[in-house]
Design a protein around this ligand. Structure first.
Ligand code: UTP
Length: 289
């Protein structure tokens, strides 16, 4: 079955990037000239997803404004003949079918996903975490969707991470199926090092089957007193098994300060307008480091 629906949870508190995220959602922090969430929506659209539900909360209205028309701005650009800029912002407003729902209390990623139950209905769907930007030639969520079509099981996007990171993310029990594909039979959220299964962790993308909603309804609060999506996915991994795909793009964590800086440097070094200037600047700067 083809994946046509995606949800983007963007209702977190973003405490790790305060004070930037106090009045501006971390999902709206820019990478060069576009907010993080635009890269994520573009990835979904490129993978053939037609309907996207963004989970927001109080204070995240500028996400809706960003994907809407800005009539005054469009008129001003039209009057001054700035056609390229006009086309660019019109394209953002016409990017696809985007819907919004609020998570009224910040009770965890699992709770945010539960808000999407009516939108999703009875079909498999994609989840793209709102602060995880993945840049590459092919859309990461498309790679996961292909694995879903091939195996008929829920899929998680995975990468090998350091011990320092695995305790902050999660750890997966994996067996290799192919070069970049794994079977996943268990997982644990924010493990202690002695509890880890491997250094493979879920990084920002998954394809889930709708049975996740009943499981989430019956999942007790987990790490940090939040309803953890990983705890519900672990039930599926243990019962039906999941597939892990080591996706080919580069992932930037916009939920932490260093991730924001790294994203801007790496994407900037490939951006036609600023690449050369940035490269020269970094070379000069490096001489003093
Ligand atoms: P994080 O784990 O980074 O959550 O969520 P957070 O609360 O924003 O982070 P810190 O620890 O306070 O810095 C991963 C994704 O899930 C969303 C976030 O917006 C982010 O895109 N999320 C998290 C929700 O939508 N609702 C929640 O209750 C928690």
């Amino acid at each position: 079955m083809k994946i046509t629906k995606a949800i983007i949870p963007a209702a977190g508190l973003g405490t790790r990037v305060l004070p930037a995220s106090k009045a501006c959602p971390k999902e709206m922090l820019p990478i060069v000239d576009k907010p993080a969430i635009q890269y994520i929506v573009e990835e979904a659209v490129k993978a053939g997803i037609t309907d996207i539900l963004i989970i927001t909360n109080r204070g995240k209205g500028i996400i809706e404004d960003h994907f809407d028309h800005s009539i005054e701005l469009e008129n001003a650009l039209r009057r001054s003949g700035k056609t390229e800029k006009l086309e660019c912002i019109e394209a953002t407003a016409n990017i696809g079918n985007i819907y919004y729902i609020r998570q009224k209390e910040t009770k965890g990623l699992g709770d945010a996903v539960l808000r999407a139950r009516n939108f999703v209905g009875d079909e498999p769907f994609a989840v793209l975490y709102g602060d995880d930007v993945i840049v590459g030639d092919v859309p990461a969520i498309g790679e996961l969707a292909e694995a879903y079509e091939a195996h008929g099981k829920s899929v998680v996007g995975i990468k090998e991470v350091t011990d320092e990171q695995v305790v902050k993310y999660c750890s997966l029990k994996v067996d290799a199926l192919g070069d970049k594909t794994f079977s996943v039979s268990d997982m644990i959220e924010k493990p202690q090092l002695s509890q880890k299964f491997s250094n493979y962790a879920i990084l920002g993308r998954c394809i889930l089957t709708p049975d996740i909603f009943d499981i989430l309804e019956n999942t007790p609060l987990g790490a940090g007193g939040e309803l953890q999506l990983t705890d519900a996915m672990a039930v599926i991994a243990r019962n039906a098994g999941m597939i892990g795909v080591d996706f080919s793009g580069t992932r930037f964590d916009m939920g932490n300060k260093f991730g924001v800086i790294r994203a801007n440097i790496e994407v900037g070094l490939k951006h036609p307008e600023v690449a050369e200037e940035l490269r020269n600047y970094i070379k000069e700067l490096a001489k003093e480091l």
